[in-house]
Design a protein around this ligand. Structure first.
Ligand code: RFL
Length: 402
């Protein structure tokens, strides 16, 4: 085949990226018989095993259920109603379900992605192309945008003519970069801290999420499955994971998550060890011509508040329902309001992430004044029901409106 003569096809919507956002958009479009294709640079096997998030909001699960996408999740996800803070050598249980009547689900992102791919490709017969190369967007400001890519096997370029492009290609994708400089505002925040993200082949050491707030730095514990636990350790930004030997990791986890009366941690082999620099960004608006950004492509929230996948799915519901209304009923209300509706929640979650960062990182800042106010902020969660309820509402994403 001649790579200089691109093959051409027509689709109503091209979805770039098969993460939680793109796959959910694809599934909802497919269920409404809207003609679409999903493009993904990685292989199916890779995206189905990439470890990441695990905490999912009740409202997101309801959204998945409403679109017929939560059967496996409903059968297998754990329900969490409490978390525990550990500081000043004490344990403080935080029963957010009792405060709000709402809970969290824990379901590993790779399982959700596996469910969504299966439903889209195998059940709903959707078109998904893995391993695509060099994806480019063209003519976004016209009503006939195109997306082109190279076929990994033949090197041939393919051209997809469409009406809308859903940019769901995450933080390192290409869709956001297709917007010319100065046409959207990108606001950024850098927390100046790193987190060593760890997956341990060890059963969870607690029945709930643990947050260790310690002068050495933050530590987190989150169950992923009966056999695997995610841990985090605050570290300098840009730190080399190789600076963290098996023994050093477990020593620090024991220190930072230690508290009087706490059972010992279940230790095990480290399956993943990577440093994440904590930073956020928001693109405003999320729409440029016929390109609509969703999920991490449009806004990144550092994993501090475990909100990224939740926001990606909130976007996907809003965007897909808006696209379906546009394409099937010529109703543009949803698309016109999409960016505004999404960003109200995004900014609220970013604010919470900043607040939580203050709690997690303040005592290790080296500033005794900040350490004092951080502990006061923490103690308030356990002395004031009003403060605790407000915190729980943000933690769960359960506010009545954003
Ligand atoms: P994703 O999941 O990054 O998916 C984007 C997909 O696009 C593909 N791609 C491209 N495809 C085509 N053409 C291109 N040019 C492409 N470039 C990239 C990628 O291969 C990928 O498959 O974005 P999406 O759908 O917006 O979903 C976002 C979430 O994945 C992310 O926000 C969360 O993982 C964040 N996050 C957490 N979120 C939560 O809500 N709760 C958590 O507990 C939580 N824990 C985490 C996390 C993120 C972490 N890391 C690794 C950053 C824990 C960690 C360690």
């Amino acid at each position: 085949m001649n790579p200089n003569s691109p093959s051409e096809e027509r689709r109503t919507v091209v979805v770039v990226g098969a993460g939680p956002a793109g796959l959910t958009v694809g599934n909802i479009l497919r269920a409404a018989a809207v003609d679409c294709v999903v493009l993904e640079t990685e292989s199916r096997q890779f995206i189905e095993t990439r470890p990441r998030a695990g905490v999912i909001e009740e409202r997101v699960v309801r959204g998945l259920r409403d679109h017929g996408l939560a059967d496996a999740l409903s059968a297998r996800a754990q329900v969490h109603d409490t978390c525990e803070f550990r500081f000043a050598d004490e344990r403080f249980r935080f029963d957010y379900a009792e405060l709000t009547g709402h809970h969290h689900y824990v379901y590993p992102q790779p399982l959700l992605v596996t469910d969504l791919v299966r439903e889209y490709a195998d059940v709903r017969g959707g078109d998904i192309r893995f391993g695509v190369r060099d994806v480019r967007l063209h003519d976004l400001e016209t009503d006939r945008p195109t997306v082109s890519y190279s076929d990994p096997a033949t090197g041939q370029r393919h051209l997809l003519r469409c009406e809308f492009v859903a940019g769901c290609d995450g933080a390192r994708g290409v869709t956001r970069d297709a917007i010319p400089d100065g046409r959207v505002r990108i606001s950024r925040r850098d927390y100046g801290v790193g987190w060593l993200a760890l997956l341990a082949e060890a059963p969870p050491s607690s029945d709930c999420v643990l947050f260790g707030v310690h002068p050495n730095g933050f530590a987190g514990h989150m169950a992923r499955s009966p056999e695997v636990t995610r841990y985090y350790l605050q570290c300098p930004p840009g730190d080399d994971p190789e600076n963290w030997s098996h023994d050093r990791v477990w020593h620090e986890l024991r220190q930072r998550l230690g508290a009087a009366g706490a059972p010992p941690l279940n230790e095990g082999r480290l399956l993943e060890k990577r440093v994440l620099d904590m930073h956020d960004y928001v693109v405003e608006p999320l729409v440029f011509g016929r390109l609509l950004l969703a999920g991490d492509a449009g806004h990144l929230t550092a994993p501090i508040a475990a909100k990224g996948m939740n926001l990606a799915l909130h976007d996907a519901f809003l965007l897909a329902d808006a696209l379906v209304a546009q394409v099937t009923k010529d109703d543009d209300t949803g698309l016109l309001g999409y960016s505004h509706a999404s960003l109200r929640r995004v900014w609220d979650y970013q604010e919470f992430s900043g607040f939580l960062s203050g709690i997690y990182h303040g005592t290790a800042s080296g500033d005794p004044f900040l350490a004092g106010t951080t502990l006061a902020r923490l103690r308030r969660l356990f002395t004031s029901r009003a403060a605790a309820t407000s915190f729980a509402e943000q933690y769960l994403g359960s506010a009545a409106a954003y």
